[in-house]
Each structure stands twice: as structure tokens, then as C-alpha cells.
Design a protein around this ligand. Structure first.
Ligand SMILES: NC(=O)c1ccc[n+]([C@@H]2O[C@H](COP(=O)([O-])OP(=O)(O)OC[C@H]3O[C@@H](n4cnc5c(N)ncnc54)[C@H](OP(=O)(O)O)[C@@H]3O)[C@@H](O)[C@H]2O)c1
Length: 251
């Protein structure tokens, strides 16, 4: 089992991350919570502090994670604050309007920058740090959308797919150094990111259900986890559809 006593959360104001933070606290973790929106972050950190015991440390740090130049400094401050880092959870992003991305390359690039490029910058810093300390857990919330390009969200899907493939390589590199690289692939989750979606289908899940599976995967050092688990079979089926048929479907 991996130790999760000192954890950095990138994107701590996300609904999934907020629930994961609560679960981590219940398991005795101290947290360094990085978020972009100072007001939201303060509310979340205050709530987390009420939930923890006096021996656990909960700190907030405001940063726009698109600023990749600042990533190494965030890690340095996190390490000083927590007295080391056992694990990092990367859980932020945006869901772009696919139609608008089709008519604007700059929108598509912004979506790829935040969902993939900035994450890869963080992964580069985290990988080198954990490789040198010969232990640690790197967990990233990717998405089932990265498993196959679909007309309804292939810009977001391409960014998530890039992160998932990058993590496969990282896992292959870091396994021999005692580092767990955990890819989390949620399906449809009821969070602010999906506000306005029709959530009547049984495929929708609440963030508190996702967070439990996420923290379990970090603890046990799983490689790639679909949440809820039935998405593994849905995506297997979707990946198996021959391209000749797939291109005629409206997915
Ligand atoms: N909801 C789903 O159905 C679903 C499915 C699969 C995967 N995911 C993934 O799950 C993760 C968490 O999303 P969520 O569903 O919990 O949605 P959410 O509550 O809307 O969280 C998204 C978070 O990303 C943060 N963020 C965006 N750009 C940022 C930046 N440049 N710097 C720092 N933070 C930034 C937002 O910060 P602000 O609060 O400042 O806006 C927000 O806290 C994302 O990676 C998402 O792609 C979600």
C-alpha cells in the first residue's frame, strides 16, 4: 500500500478534488491544496481544516496552473510546507465547447494547453522529483473521452488522450523506481464542469462516488482505473467498433 500522508492537490477547487481531499483527510493525510480561485479555495480549505485532526496540516496555495513557469516553485513550497511529498493528485481542466473549437483554432489550442500541456509540465516536475526520492504516487484525472475520438468532443478527448498516453510512458519509466503512476478515467460526473447537461441517464455519477475509487487507486497503486468501473466495459466496446462503422455513428 502506498503512503498518502503528505499529498499535493492541483486543482483543489474542482468538485472531484474537493471530495478526494475529504477522503484523504479521513485517511490521515496532510494536504497542500493548489487552486486558481482564491475565494473558492479559502472556503474549501476552511472546511477541510474543520474536518481534520490537529496533527494534520491543510494549506491553500493560489496559482493559475496555465503558468507552467511557476510549477517547480509550487512543488518547492509544497515540499517545504508538508516536510516532503508522498503523492500528487492532478485534477483540473476545462470542458470546451466542441462546436466553437471547430471554428476557432485558438479556442482548441487553449483547451489543449490547459487539459494537456500544463498537465504534462506538472508531470515532468513530479516525475523527476519522485524518481529521485524513489517513491511516490502521481495520480491524474484524465477521462474516458481520451479513449476514442468522437465528433461531440474530440478536442477535449484529444487532450485527455495525450495525457493518458504520456502517463503510460511515465508509468513504464517510473515503475522500477518505486513510483506509482495512476490514470483515473471517470465517465459522466455531476460537477460544475457538466452544468447544463441532461443528467437523467443512469450513466451519471456524483463526485463523492468517484473520489472514493480515486483515493483507493492511489493507495493501492493501480495503473489505470475507470470510474465507476462499468466504464471499462463501455469503452472497450466503443474502442472495438471498426472505424468503417464508427464514422457513420453520431457519438
Ligand atoms: N465532470 C465530468 O463528467 C468529468 C469526466 C471525466 C473527467 N473529468 C475531469 O475531472 C477533473 C475535475 O473536473 P470536475 O468534474 O471536478 O469539474 P469542476 O468542478 O468544474 O473542476 C474543474 C476545475 O479545474 C480548475 N481549473 C481550470 N483551469 C485551471 C487553471 N488554469 N489553473 C488552475 N485550476 C484550473 C477550475 O478552477 P476554478 O474553480 O478556478 O474555475 C475547477 O476547479 C477535470 O480534469 C475533468 O476534465 C470530469
Amino acid at each position: 500500500m502506498n503512503e498518502l500522508k503528505k499529498v499535493v492537490i492541483f486543482g483543489a477547487t474542482s468538485a472531484i478534488a474537493e471530495h478526494a481531499a475529504r477522503d484523504l483527510i479521513d485517511r490521515g493525510a496532510s494536504l497542500f491544496c493548489v487552486g486558481r480561485d482564491q475565494g473558492k479555495l479559502e472556503v474549501i480549505v476552511t472546511d477541510l481544516k474543520i474536518r481534520n485532526s490537529t496533527s494534520q496540516r491543510i494549506e491553500g496555495y493560489v496559482a493559475d496552473l496555465m503558468d507552467t513557469e511557476g510549477h517547480s516553485q509550487i512543488l518547492k513550497v509544497a515540499e517545504e510546507t508538508l516536510g516532503g511529498i508522498d503523492a500528487a493528485l492532478v485534477c483540473y481542466g476545462t470542458l470546451p465547447d466542441q462546436k466553437r473549437c471547430e471554428s476557432s483554432f485558438s479556442m482548441a489550442r487553449d483547451a489543449i494547453d490547459v487539459n494537456a500541456i500544463s498537465v504534462i509540465s506538472l508531470l515532468t516536475e513530479l516525475a523527476n522529483k519522485f524518481e529521485s526520492q524513489k517513491r511516490g504516487v502521481i495520480a491524474v484525472v484524465s477521462s474516458v473521452a481520451g479513449d476514442r475520438g468522437r465528433q461531440s468532443n474530440y478536442v477535449y478527448g484529444a487532450a485527455k488522450g495525450m495525457v493518458s498516453i504520456f502517463m503510460q510512458g511515465l508509468r513504464n519509466r517510473l515503475a522500477k523506481h518505486g513510483v506509482s503512476v495512476v490514470t483515473i478515467k471517470p465517465g459522466f460526473v455531476d460537477t460544475p464542469m457538466t452544468e447544463g447537461f441532461d443528467k437523467s441517464s443512469i450513466l451519471w455519477t456524483k463526485p463523492e462516488k468517484i473520489s472514493k475509487g480515486l483515493v483507493n487507486a492511489m493507495e493501492s497503486g493501480k495503473s489505470c482505473v475507470y470510474l465507476p468501473g462499468f466504464w471499462r466495459w463501455i469503452m472497450l466496446l466503443i474502442r472495438c467498433i471498426p472505424e468503417g462503422l464508427f464514422k457513420r455513428l453520431s457519438l
